[in-house]
Design a protein around this ligand. Sequence first.
Ligand code: ARG
Length: 270
Amino acid sequence: MPTTRRYLMCPPTYFTVEYAINPWMDPTQPTSTSLAVEQWTALKETYERLGHEVHVIDPVAGLPDMVFSANSGTVIDGRVLGSRFRAEQRAAEADHFRRWFLGAGYKSVVMPTAVNEAEGDFTWTGSLLLAGTGFRTDPHAHSEAQEVLGVPVVSLQLVDPRFYHLDVALFMLDDQSSSPLVAYYPEAFSPGSQQVLRRLFPDAVIANDDDAVCLGLNAVSDGKHVVMPVEAVHLAEQVARRGFEPVLVDISELRKSGGGPKCCTMELRG
Ligand code: ARG
């Protein structure tokens, strides 16, 4: 069953690829800001059509990656853990989001001391916080998240630089039921973390190479509709077979920066 969600998004008004902090980014290749805006607008309208509430933060000139709002906060039960970016080029984004949260009336807003790229590396299952590390978020941020948010954290080791954030390797299909359902790409994780995932989620949807390399795992589910990149054909089929409804979006321009639908979408829970 779908549940209504609240999302925070940032328009890609100043989007471009002018530095490379992941293997997807190539500053010598052209990008189109207007196409990025078009694709982002279609994504936002998709959420609204599905009945979700989308909040928008003002973009800031000179912060081309600010469109990836998922990296700037983890919100569970109305408590906010902000972010601290690994790359200096993105560092200033964190404070813009902190101020947005305060302006929106959030009472508990804590900024991390360890490198923490928020929902880029944190996925809430409804009862556990899955926490990626290996490329961006520091493992110390995992225990910090556990203390600040008061939720149990399960650390997962990412091993493939193309899948540098947890949210390009795994997403929740259902975070409302007592047996949460996930989809993930096993090869993005260390052998031990693959075992952890098999133990926790024996009936997960397993993505293949083709799904992973179009950033198909960077998807957003409301428990019924799964907003995902149009190229993720096999994954969409698997998801449909489990009774979900894939909603395909073209996000090709933002992929040039290593992002997809989920990266552009922070969930505001409670
Ligand atoms: N260019 C951005 C970076 O490398 C992309 C971030 C994508 N966001 C995400 N949640 N995976 O930081």
